[in-house]
Design a protein around this ligand. Structure first.
Ligand code: DGL
Length: 271
């Protein structure tokens, strides 16, 4: 039994899709979340900058003596994977668990990947999918505007702009005939109802937050790091800019008011 929290981070709100799944799958675990809202988006930046930001985010989480570090950010997981590999504690990103889930789910071997520009340029999902399914054809599309839609709370299933943007980004993936689509940026599971509507019911969406949470459970179990079954998990949220916008979206997404659990931190102190 290990009472230490699990540290989860993202460039902003997207990692809450992992937290949402962790609260269901790992109800006994305490979570410390950091959303780098002052510096979002990461996905249009250079790999060097993403690595620097990720290292600072991890340093902040390590100040809580976390038993595991979870990069709930597709951009960090793919474009700055070396930073995750260097973490001393057990750690993961979203790439491996979701690529494996997609490689096993596809029936026609055509897989779409929606991600940020940094993620698509890294080819990381494609390489990881091929380890499980060498015959898969992978069609990757950079969808940077979807990150802004989520950060600005334009996430309602009837939102005209969100629906139009999703349709446009999905077009090449659907034209290629993909039957499985990885939501390769953790902001995108938040738009899953809109993406599913545009893709059609026959397309299987891989929710990277959910797949990552399942993997975290596996790692905690294997390493004997689980908290007591009697413990009710708490969450603490930290952001690097004002808390209001983050809380507005988080309240909807997590189905609870997190305002009392959310505070600002100066990430520049963690260099
Ligand atoms: N949630 C991040 C990701 O998974 C958002 C992208 C960004 O900051 O550009 O890639």
């Amino acid at each position: 039994m290990d009472k230490r929290p699990v540290g989860v981070f993202d460039s902003g709100l997207g990692g809450l899709s992992t937290v949402r799944a962790m609260k269901k799958i790992l109800p006994n675990e305490d979570i410390v979340y950091f959303g780098d809202t002052g510096r979002v988006p990461y996905g249009s930046r250079s790999n060097e900058t993403i690595e620097t930001y990720a290292a600072q985010d991890i340093k902040f989480l390590r100040s809580f003596s976390c038993k595991m570090i979870v990069a709930a950010c597709g951009t960090v997981s793919t474009a700055a994977s070396s930073v995750i590999e260097r973490i001393q504690e057990p750690a993961t990103g979203i790439t491996k668990p979701s690529a494996k889930a997609a490689a096993l789910a596809t029936k026609n071997n055509i897989i779409g990947v929606m991600g940020t520009s940094a993620t698509v340029n890294s080819n990381a999902f494609e390489e990881e999918i091929r380890k499980t399914n060498p015959n898969a054809k992978v069609v990757s599309v950079a969808c940077p505007m979807l990150v802004s839609l989520v950060e600005n709370n334009w996430i309602d299933i009837n939102d005209e702009v969100a629906n139009a943007a999703v349709k446009r980004y999905l077009r090449p993936i659907l034209e290629a005939g993909a039957d499985t689509v990885i939501l390769g940026c953790t902001h995108f599971p938040i738009l899953a109802p809109i993406i599913q509507k545009a893709a059609g019911g026959y397309v299987k969406l891989i929710d990277t937050g959910y797949e990552e949470a399942l993997y975290v459970k596996e790692v905690l179990k294997e390493n004997n790091l689980e908290n007591s079954a009697e413990h009710k998990g708490n969450q603490q949220y930290f952001v690097s800019d004002k808390t209001q916008n983050f809380c507005d979206v988080a309240n909807v997404l997590l189905g609870e008011d997190i305002e009392d659990k959310c505070q600002f931190i100066d990430i520049f102190k963690f260099i």
